[in-house]
Design a protein around this ligand. Structure first.
Ligand SMILES: *[C@@H]1O[C@H](CO)[C@@H](O)[C@H](O)[C@H]1NC(C)=O
Ligand SMILES: *[C@@H]1O[C@H](CO)[C@@H](O)[C@H](O)[C@H]1NC(C)=O
Ligand SMILES: *[C@@H]1O[C@H](CO)[C@@H](O)[C@H](O)[C@H]1NC(C)=O
Ligand SMILES: *[C@@H]1O[C@H](CO)[C@@H](O)[C@H](O)[C@H]1NC(C)=O
Ligand SMILES: *[C@@H]1O[C@H](CO)[C@@H](O)[C@H](O)[C@H]1NC(C)=O
Ligand SMILES: *[C@@H]1O[C@H](CO)[C@@H](O)[C@H](O)[C@H]1NC(C)=O
Ligand SMILES: *[C@@H]1O[C@H](CO)[C@@H](O)[C@H](O)[C@H]1NC(C)=O
Ligand SMILES: *[C@@H]1O[C@H](CO)[C@@H](O)[C@H](O)[C@H]1NC(C)=O
Length: 754
């Protein structure tokens, strides 16, 4: 048995090696050359080592290891290791396993050795390309003293270990290496980074250090501690599929880390997991080519909304405010988040949208601001012209870019989704003026070096990929999960757990419980997506959070945070829970709902009605605090007349009556309650089960407010803001006129306004 006193990591890979069948021996003095186009092949034929030209440039060759299996056609024989990563040599160059036991790459044109394995002192006696794609050098006692697995390029093969401080870096087709890398740092964090100091994806590192990362042969990426126990893992969607013969993990040129499997049926490599679910969230994914968004077919594209792309096809700089004789203005980019890439000189302050805009206009160094509000208003100030970002209807932030004021033309709000051409040209004309002279030589270099790097295709999302995405989700991020119908079925266990009519309990891959609401299949996709994007950006503590949605062929689902105790009407009918609904609790529920609806009506960027406010849509969490759900969907239902603030107020009135009386037949109970109240029997309508008694003054106030909300003449109904004030005690409430008995507003005339 093989004994090992070196670090466990090495033992692990040696274990793999020793398990392999016979390896093809490479003897001292063997030689590969560009001219001969010869190879060293592993004994199973799966891998080959030799020269290749993947650079689309004549007379530039690299030497490395690629797949060689007969079942993989020529064009798909992916390179998995390159000697010296970005080292290139000319024709007539050669790669020699010298008599001294060293691998040497000799460039014919320069006449020098450009890369060596630096093993001349290790008594190397033989070499082999092993069956798992590892090129190894051994001494006479068959111990491995050097292996290609220890100097990874952009790829990890199954069994290959990435140990602390090692990195993967995308192979560059240009002469400058990629800005992206994957590093396992000494704290045990596996990170995707840009420019080595900005990390945009991180796993591990909670408690353990000295970890290693490995791709297992059954298709999982794992972080192992020193005892080879997995402390973190992620699985490809075909994990454990015995039909998959080949796999690899690669950091692609677009900065995303992907797990690939050989799909025999498709005769191609298939991505079965990717680290950053949404390519637009890879830092600087568009670099200087503008703002990242998804086009109609779901591919991410980079669009330049700042300058005309006709003049400068790849640079997309925000205009400089320098030299704006006639002052500056802000151009609005809705549903867009912008950030600076060079130099990143951002600052964040907690101020309102208006203050944020003023701040930028007044600060001569401010070039752009992004404003986000998910409960806390945040103004992100940018002071660089090298700005990129992402844009999507589901992105809740709004951005402003400073432009020179055009004394003639006004700047209407630009839409990134369909930029009006004439406006783009005009804004470029001005930014062009501002730009000249601002670019120094070094900046020009910086701008152009990345251009050669192409983007890899974007794969369809998968449920498994979401595991990592979810585990990592920044609580401040406003990204909605886009789920397929199959994923909806998976997470609800085939709709096995009903919560209510067309509502099912489910579990996201990160074990977060959710409520999945099925909607009418006839809802137009465009309308559905518009609504989702509107409500996805709304965050308030008494509104149930929308986590995701499914919009696939005729399936329409909304995925909300799960709220423990069900709806208000269920709680009232439940003997155990209803006892916990004290008078104080019922008042609190009313106030929370009023605040949430008032927030919808007045504090969102555009007016949002609830559209269907009723007890069934007010959920109670473990503390019986209210969470309003299914808000903002009014426009999805054909009756747009329901989509008004007054209808929400009426629904709220009914809910108050139900909470006071404990009866759930809203229309009958309103009628009865009004009759009793007007004849002076208010105390007789209060729910007898309320423990600890009620405050009769509060009962009176609540009923008055309820009957104001239930007025048939909608103009008499209070606004939700006024309702909140009554609860808070800053507004008194008079006796209401007769509400004409709480009937359903079926045959009413169209109202004048929202
Ligand atoms: C290896 O091949 C190159 C080019 O074919 C040749 O110049 C060189 O001498 C060879 N080396 C050995 C050790 O055969
Ligand atoms: C090798 O490169 C030189 C210089 O670029 C070129 O002139 C020559 O044609 C190339 N030879 C082959 C066989 O490609
Ligand atoms: C081979 O390498 C191993 C590990 O480095 C070493 O312990 C052993 O002594 C070497 N054997 C010879 C014959 O050099
Ligand atoms: C990141 O590193 C680059 C190059 O080393 C440097 O220019 C840049 O200022 C650094 N950025 C941050 C945020 O530290
Ligand atoms: C990590 O491993 C190295 C060598 O194996 C050791 O010297 C170091 O102390 C370890 N660090 C920690 C934090 O365990
Ligand atoms: C979306 O972008 C991809 C990649 O650039 C392109 O192939 C596709 O045609 C685009 N689709 C639409 C509808 O524009
Ligand atoms: C970045 O901000 C710091 C501190 O606010 C400032 O000193 C520095 O000059 C700024 N750099 C640039 C390039 O604006
Ligand atoms: C531009 O957008 C802002 C904020 O969304 C809005 O207040 C303003 O009216 C819009 N201007 C135009 C011309 O549409």
């Amino acid at each position: 048995m093989f004994l090992c006193n070196s670090p466990l990591l090495v033992c692990f890979s040696l274990g793999f090696l020793l398990l392999g069948v016979a390896v093809s021996q490479i003897s001292l003095g063997s030689n590969l050359s560009v001219v001969e186009n010869d190879f060293w092949v592993s004994s199973n034929g799966d891998f080959a080592c030799g020269f290749f030209n993947n650079l689309n440039q004549p007379n530039q060759y690299q030497i490395g290891i690629r797949f060689n299996s007969k079942s993989i056609p020529d064009g798909e024989q992916t390179v998995v290791w390159v000697a010296g990563a970005n080292v290139r040599v000319s024709n007539k160059s050669y790669f020699e396993f010298t008599q001294g036991g060293e691998l040497v790459l000799f460039d014919f044109l320069q006449g020098v050795t450009v890369w060596t394995s630096k093993t001349s002192h290790l008594s190397v006696a033989s070499a082999a390309l092993s069956d798992n794609g590892n090129l190894v050098l051994m001494n006479s006692s068959k111990d491995v003293v050097w292996q290609s697995f220890d100097t990874p390029s952009d790829t990890l093969l199954p069994g290959q270990i990435l140990s602390a401080s090692q990195t993967l870096r995308p192979l560059s087709k240009s002469s400058v290496s990629s800005y992206y890398d994957l590093q396992l740092n000494v704290q045990g964090r596996l990170q995707l980074r840009w420019e080595t100091n900005i990390s945009y994806w991180t796993v591990g590192g909670q408690s353990s250090s000295n970890l290693s990362a490995v791709l297992t042969s059954d298709g999982a990426l794992q972080l192992l501690d020193r005892r080879s126990t997995s402390v973190w893992s992620v699985f490809g969607e075909d994990h454990d599929d015995p039909l998959v013969k080949f796999r690899f993990l690669r950091l692609d040129a677009d900065g995303n880390l992907r797990l690939y499997s050989w799909a025999e049926a498709l005769r191609s490599w298939k991505s079965v997991w990717q680290a950053v679910e949404n390519q637009c969230n890879v830092f600087a994914t568009c670099y200087l080519s503008g703002v990242c968004l998804f086009n109609a077919s779901g591919s991410h594209v980079c669009k330049c909304p700042f300058t005309s792309t006709a003049e400068s096809s790849s640079e997309c700089l925000v205009p400089s405010q320098l030299g704006c004789d006639s002052g500056s203005t802000l151009v609005t980019y809705d549903h867009t988040f912008l950030y600076g890439i060079y130099p990143p000189n951002d600052s964040v302050s907690t101020i309102s949208l208006e203050q944020c805009k003023t701040l930028c206009l007044k600060d001569p160094s401010c070039t752009a601001v992004s404003f986000t509000n998910d409960g806390i208003a945040q103004c992100h100030t940018r002071k660089t012209r090298f700005i990129t970002g992402y844009s999507d209807p589901s992105v809740g932030s709004i951005s402003f870019v400073k432009m020179c004021l055009d004394p003639v033309a006004a700047f209407p709000n630009l839409s990134i989704f369909s930029p009006p051409q004439s406006q783009l040209k005009r804004s470029y004309a001005f930014s062009g003026q501002c730009l000249i002279g601002a670019l120094s030589g070094t900046l020009v270099t910086f701008v152009t070096i990345q251009l050669g790097i192409g983007f890899c295709f974007y794969q369809r999302r998968s449920f498994y990929r979401k595991k990592a995405a979810l585990a990592l989700r920044n609580p401040n991020s406003e990204v909605l999960l886009m789920l397929s119908y199959k994923e909806i079925m998976d997470l609800t266990g085939n709709f096995g757990h009903h919560l209510g009519p067309n509502v099912f309990k489910g579990m996201l891959p990160n074990n977060q419980p959710v409520a999945v609401k099925g909607l009418k299949t006839s809802i137009e996709e465009r309308k559905f997506r518009a609504s989702v994007s509107r409500i996805g950006g709304i965050h308030q503590k008494n509104l149930a959070k929308l986590e995701g949605y499914c919009c696939e062929s005729d399936h329409r689902f909304l995925v909300y945070e799960f709220v423990e105790n069900g709806s208000v009407d269920q709680c009232i009918q439940d003997p155990k829970l209803s006892r916990r609904l004290t008078w104080r609790k019922r008042i609190d529920i009313c106030l929370s709902v009023a605040r949430a609806i008032s927030y919808l009506h007045t504090e969102c960027r555009e007016f949002v009605s609830h559209g269907n406010l009723k007890c069934e849509n007010v959920l109670l969490d473990e503390n019986l605090d209210a969470k309003v759900t299914e808000f903002g969907l009014g426009r999805l239902h054909s009756n747009t007349l329901d989509d008004t603030a007054e209808n929400d107020v009426e629904g709220f009135g009914k809910m108050m009556v139900i909470l006071v009386t404990g009866q759930t037949e809203a229309d009958d109970v309103c009628k009865w309650a009004y009759k009793e109240w007007i004849s002076g029997h208010a105390e007789g309508i209060v729910d007898e089960r309320i423990e600890g008694g009620v405050d009769s003054e509060e009962v009176e106030r609540l009923l008055r407010l309820a009957f104001w909300c239930l007025q048939v003449d909608k103009r008499l109904r209070p606004s939700m803001g006024e309702v909140v004030k009554v609860f808070e005690g800053t507004l008194t409430v008079d006796r209401p006129p007769p509400p004409f008995l709480c009937r359903m507003p079926l045959e009413e005339e169209e109202e004048e306004e929202d």
